[in-house]
Design a binder for this molecule. Structure first.
Ligand code: CMP
Length: 143
């Protein structure tokens, strides 16, 4: 069992497609064990995306991510980090195939509507930034 962090960016709430995006993870059988809506403070945005500081798209990325509320999530399952990344599709919109979230809903790489952790180490770091331990709920699905 593994946990990963995923975040629906502001465009998802604005376009009223939260349900459609979440359904992709639920359909696969992944478990949502934490979820909140928040508007990200600039400092948290900078910490979360620190590895991209200095890149050409950094300023636009920060501007976008703080422009409206996001849905932050903890998703649990076997190999959840890789599985969630696959369901999201590659970062670059031209590479994300139809059937993936980015392939189906994104037109621009910098407005790519969803973030997910790229490794177990990133997941641990990002989960701690966005969630207190008592905000993650273990639940039994009987399987
Ligand atoms: P995300 O998964 O949130 O992680 C970093 C984000 O930077 C990425 O999704 C994109 O939104 C953005 N990004 C990465 N590469 C580029 C790029 N080449 N041009 C514009 N935005 C990018």
């Amino acid at each position: 069992m593994q946990r990963t962090f995923a975040m629906l960016k502001p465009g998802v709430l604005q376009r009223r497609i939260v349900g459609e995006v979440l359904a992709r993870f639920e359909r696969k059988g992944l478990k949502i064990v934490g979820m909140k809506i928040l508007t990200i403070p600039p400092l948290l945005a900078a910490t979360h995306y620190a590895e991209h500081k200095g890149k050409s798209f950094y300023d636009g990325l920060i501007q976008y991510i703080i422009s409206g509320p996001v849905v932050a999530m903890v998703i649990e399952g076997d190999e959840a980090v890789q599985l969630v990344r696959k369901i999201c599709g590659p970062t670059a919109v031209c590479e994300s195939l139809p059937g993936t979230i980015r392939g189906d809903f994104c037109l621009h790489t910098n407005l790519n509507i969803i973030h997910s952790s790229d490794s177990p180490e990133s997941a641990e770091r990002e989960l701690k930034l966005f969630f207190q331990p008592n905000e993650i709920v273990s639940w039994d699905d009987g399987n």
